[in-house]
Write a protein that binds this ligand. Structure first.
Ligand SMILES: Cc1ncc(C[n+]2csc(CCOP(=O)(O)OP(=O)(O)O)c2C)c(N)n1
Ligand code: SF4
Ligand SMILES: [Mg+2]
Length: 374
């Protein structure tokens, strides 16, 4: 059974790490006066609520004398020996579990895969967006590498500055990464992104593309696919969803004459890892565009994130390719799964008729044929 982060339940009483971490944060910021009466009455578990009405921990908590003891109990429970994921299964991950992404979030899966490939010798400059907001809630952080939150629109500029500062200190070996969502990197941050590409700054720029502005409530972006329903392109009597085709940013990035551009998918982690490692071996500006499904914004069952990511690739809705010195090469030949399989699993496309989907299929096939001759 998976917890909200997709982790296996790891405590004897079924409580998951993220629930406990959230409670710990809440408790730390709650003053003693508020919870003292509950402690006195011995019903702290009521205050904590259903999540902790689990036997073992709740009975220990109900005997706690003060807030400090409760915090310690929770902390020990999280750090305890009962198959704790921090200490065994996920101990080598550079993105610690317990963050606040939604269940099945593609962005957090992307971040784990990216960090695995990058290693520790890195500085990450993270634009505002879901990934940043959910992994860095004060006073906690999931990032086990140097990481800086920068504003929504300037991750690439900050990364350029970090690069310059490190180079001035003779630290050319440190990798500098600018990462953000499609809104942050490809729309509002496009000027900074394009500038860094054009200067051929020695940084790796990564977009985790969940195809809308998710953190602020699923507004459409330039990367939202044609006919998808979002809160600013709602499907209804007057509209069939977003009117424009998805912006082709990898091609735009390559038009800056940079040495390496690639696309990847969280459904194909080995391919993603290989591409990051290749990017690290190249000096100059590199761009990696990662397709990262979002169960909340795309409205699908959170158990299906990886399946949906794979279906996007196999149905030609998302192509895996590299552009090296201007030459585009397909990394994976799609199986030709019908786009209807991919689309029907997501409620953002649920308004489409079979005729609409057939038209979609034709457009996707034509585009793929034109680009890759397949
Ligand atoms: C200049 C500015 N405008 C708007 C916002 C509000 N804002 C924060 S996150 C966000 C959406 C981010 O979208 P995206 O970059 O695609 O990342 P996602 O949340 O989808 O992961 C917006 C509009 C902001 N922080 N700064
Ligand atoms: S809204 Fe989507 S991208 Fe944001 S944390 Fe939730 S699943 Fe992840
Ligand atoms: Mg987004």
């Amino acid at each position: 059974m998976a917890c909200a982060q997709g982790h296996e339940f790891n405590f004897a009483d079924g409580t998951c790490c993220s629930t406990l971490n959230s409670l710990l944060t809440k408790l730390r910021s709650t003053d003693e006066k508020t919870i003292a009466p509950y402690i006195k009455r011995g019903d702290i578990s009521k205050w904590i609520g259903d999540a902790l009405s689990k036997k073992t921990l709740a009975s220990q908590l109900s005997k706690a004398k003060d807030k400090k003891e409760i915090i310690n109990l929770l902390k020990n429970h999280i750090d305890g020996k009962k198959g704790n994921i921090m200490k065994d299964k996920y101990k080598d991950d550079l993105l610690a579990p317990g963050h606040r992404t939604c269940a099945g979030c593609g962005a957090s899966i992307a971040a784990r895969q990216i960090l695995k490939a990058l290693g520790k010798n890195v500085v990450i400059c993270n634009a505002t967006g879901c990934l940043e907001v959910t992994t860095s809630q004060y006073p906690l952080t999931s990032w086990k590498v140097p990481w800086i939150h920068v504003t929504f629109e300037n991750a690439a500029s900050v990364a350029s500055g970090v690069r310059e500062a490190l180079d001035a200190q003779g630290k050319e070996d440190v990798t500098v990464v600018a990462i953000g969502g499609d809104g942050g990197m490809l729309d509002i941050g496009f000027r900074a992104f394009s500038g860094a590409l054009e200067r051929n700054h020695n940084i790796l720029m990564i977009c985790y593309d969940n195809e809308a502005y998710m953190n602020t409530g699923v507004q459409r972006s330039g990367s939202t696919p044609w006919l998808a329903s979002t809160t600013t392109t709602p499907a209804g009597i007057a509209s069939k969803g977003k009117e424009q085709w998805k912006k082709d940013v990898p091609t735009i990035a390559a038009a800056h004459h940079i040495p390496y551009v690639a696309t990847a998918s969280i459904g194909y982690p080995q391919d993603l890892e290989k591409k990051i490692k290749k990017a690290l071996s190249i000096k100059g500006a590199k761009y990696l565009h990662i397709h990262s499904p979002c169960p909340v914004g795309w409205n699908f069952d959170s158990m299906k994130t990886i399946e949906i990511a794979k279906d996007a690739v196999e149905s030609k809705m998302w192509a895996l390719f590299e552009i090296e010195d201007g030459v585009k090469t397909l990394s994976r030949t799609p199986k030709g799964t019908p786009v209807s399989k991919y689309m029907k699993a997501q409620k953002r496309f649920k308004h489409l008729t079979d005729i609409d989907i057939a038209e979609y299929q034709k457009r996707v096939d034509d585009l793929f044929k034109k680009e890759f001759d397949i």
